[in-house]
Ligand binder design. Structure first.
Ligand code: A2R
Ligand code: GDD
Length: 326
């Protein structure tokens, strides 16, 4: 079987590659990266994954390499994935996320791969946006009230999956994933930025002050290693055209997560709110209901949240200990 991961240099993409290589011997694994992509998440994959330099905004390159690979499964994870960047660079976010996906869909159509290729689309719980107290836990049927350009781009990806399935029969599996974290998470995301700052403070590389944003927001976190297992199962068991929440179905206040992380360190650390980290409109609560996905696939998360927090902090401690590029 030929499997293509877009966004293989990223957080979820590199963990998905690890999962596939560890569990399936009969898979030829391909990855789209960019020529200037960071390599820290994929160095260990060299020789095991065939990499192609493809910017997904470049329809010619997407077309050419999808034709060459003829993948049986595509995990479409490439995206501008950081919500605050979408306010600073809305056009770039919409272009990458929406047009990038259209380019992949069109390549599948043009090369007559619709019947042979299942494609998982990484949609997001951000699509739910403004959620009322009486709407949690959030089901797939909840209204979508996006609060960022990123959320709008993900709604477009999601609905393009629906529309291409209805119009052409493309086998798109739409996964609305709630927050996920773990080792290799980009340093700007909440748990990673907290862990990185704590690890720097522990090494006396930074004053004992941690900068934070909105600590009142609530999020539903799952370990990335459970999420990528879910993506694989989704492509085997879910219905093309359908949408599925993937979540832990538990929610945590960001302030409580910060307290848990601080309790893992011996340093006394002061917490300071950084206005730069506040958003024009933040999603206040994401608390998923993933019953539909669990009943369809039998998936459930296995890694406890406490373990994920410890692993992420230890990842940053090790990275700062061993790597000058932090
Ligand atoms: O930044 P790079 O060059 O390392 O590649 C990132 C890739 N990417 C692109 N690939 C091709 N053409 C583009 N124009 C392009 N823009 C970004 O997407 C990287 O490999 C990946 C994003 O990785 P992360 O930022 O670590 O996101 P994460 O958490 O792995 O998210 C995976 C998916 C995304 O669709 C999110 O929106 C969704 O899950 O939550
Ligand atoms: N990044 C960041 N940095 N967020 C902070 C901070 C901080 O210092 N302090 C508090 N927060 C709050 C944010 O305001 C937000 O409410 C929450 O922590 C989570 O922020 P992020 O980790 O940046 O993630 P996100 O929820 O905006 O988006 C992530 O999850 C989505 C799924 O719901 C990303 O992984 C998206 O790509 C993904 O689609």
């Amino acid at each position: 079987m030929k499997v293509l991961i877009t966004g293989v240099t990223g957080f979820a993409g590199s963990h998905l590659a690890d999962y596939i290589l560890a569990n399936f011997k009969d898979v030829d694994l391909y990855g789209f990266k960019r020529w200037r992509s960071r390599d820290e998440n994929i160095i260990h994959l060299l020789g095991k994954v065939k990499f192609y330099d493809v910017d997904i905004k470049d329809s010619t390159a997407v077309n050419r390499f999808i034709q060459e690979i003829q993948p049986n499964k595509i995990f479409h994870l490439a995206a501008q994935s950081f919500v605050p960047t979408s306010w600073k660079a809305p056009s770039e976010t919409l272009n990458t996320n929406i047009i990038g996906q259209v380019n992949i869909f069109e390549a599948i159509r043009q090369h007559h791969l619709i019947d042979d290729t299942v494609i998982q689309i990484a949609c997001s719980s951000e699509e739910y946006g403004l959620v009322h107290e009486d709407e949690v836990p959030i089901k797939e049927t909840n209204p979508l009230r996006p609060l960022s350009p990123y959320a709008v781009s993900k709604i477009a990806q999601d609905y393009l999956g629906y529309q291409y399935h209805q119009s052409y029969g493309i086998k798109a599996i739409r996964t609305r994933t709630f927050n996920h974290t773990g080792p290799r998470r980009g340093e700007v995301f909440v748990i990673s930025t907290f862990c990185k700052q704590i690890a720097l403070i522990e090494k006396d590389l930074k004053p004992p002050v941690i900068k934070v944003g909105n600590l009142d927001a609530k999020r539903d976190f799952t370990d990335v290693r459970d999420i990528v297992r879910g993506y694989w199962i989704a492509t085997d068991k879910c219905e093309p055209g359908e949408v599925y929440n993937i979540a832990s179905d538990e929610t945590h206040k960001i302030g409580d997560i910060l307290d848990s992380l601080l309790s893992l360190s011996n340093k006394k650390i002061k917490v300071v709110q950084d206005p730069e980290r506040m958003r024009p409109s933040d999603v206040l609560i994401l608390h998923g209901d993933s019953t539909k996905f669990r009943e369809k696939t039998g998936w459930k998360p296995e890694i406890p949240f406490k373990q994920t927090l410890e692993d992420t902090l230890n990842y940053w401690r090790k990275r700062i200990e061993t790597n000058k590029k932090y």
